[in-house]
Each structure stands twice: as structure tokens, then as C-alpha cells.
Ligand binder design. Sequence first.
Ligand SMILES: N[C@@H](CCC(=O)N[C@@H](CS)C(=O)NCC(=O)O)C(=O)O
Length: 148
Amino acid sequence: MIDLYSETTPNGQKIHIMLEETGLDYRTLWVDIDRGEQFEPDFLKISPNNKIPAIVDHDGPGGELLSVFESGAILLYLADMAIFPWCRLHERQGQSLDDFPNVKSWFDRIALRPAVARDMEKLEDVVGEFDEESWSASFGTEQYKRRG
Ligand SMILES: N[C@@H](CCC(=O)N[C@@H](CS)C(=O)NCC(=O)O)C(=O)O
């Protein structure tokens, strides 16, 4: 269960939308910033910069309680789509997901989501393999050289 401390502002809406998209179990705790509720000591323990949105995950990493503030950080935390594309490249990092059964199980579940599968299929036709020249142009010695 996630507690979302929020208001109806665009920064708050980002997290409402993301939580609805993920289907995670959450409840909203409204913070009336027009009346200064963001300066209440209990809220400041969760969001030290006295801003909404903030979340408290009652089942964070290791089953521990975890609070996150700043909408960008919260979006990352809620964050499967932010890490999945990097995880697809695990072989390039010399890793096998067989060594990480929990990551593999998460990876397989994300890969099966309809939107992810659709996107991966579309990109499959566009993405080419790296050779020495294209690697150097993207990440190596050639990447900062001006062209033209
Ligand atoms: N960079 C922050 C901005 C959040 C923000 O500006 N929150 C405003 C409402 S949209 C707020 O809580 N203001 C109350 C205050 O600063 O006292 C984020 O993206 O989360």
C-alpha cells in the first residue's frame, strides 16, 4: 500500500496518473498547501522540502517503510519502464538473468505487458546491431567530434 500526499496541481497529477497506470494499491492524503499544511512537522519528515507530491511505500525494498519526494524521483521509483530498456541489454554487460531469478521473473512480467510488447516489436525493425564504427560514433572516441 502506498500513501500519496498530494494536491490537485500538475505535479500532484503526475503521480496520480502514474499510480493509476501501474494499478498499485494506494490512497490519497490531501495536503492543503494553501493553508500551509506542507509545513506540518509530520509532513516535513516525509517531504523535507515542504512540497507535494510525496509518497510513503509501506512495503518498500526489504519490506521496509520508504518515503520518496520530488515528482521525478517518485516516477522513477514507480520506475519499471525507466529501467526495463537497460535491463534488456544485460548480455552486453556480461550478465545472465539466470543468475538473478527475481530480476528475471520481473523482467519476463514486464516484457509481457501489452504496451511493452507492442513497442519492442515496433523497435525490433528499426534497431540495428552495433559494429565498431557505429559504437565509436555513439559512445566512443568519435561521439563528440563535430561533423560537417
Ligand atoms: N520539483 C518539485 C516541485 C513540487 C512543487 O512545486 N509542489 C508545489 C505544488 S505543485 C508545492 O507543494 N508547493 C508548496 C510549497 O512550496 O510550500 C516536484 O517536481 O515534485
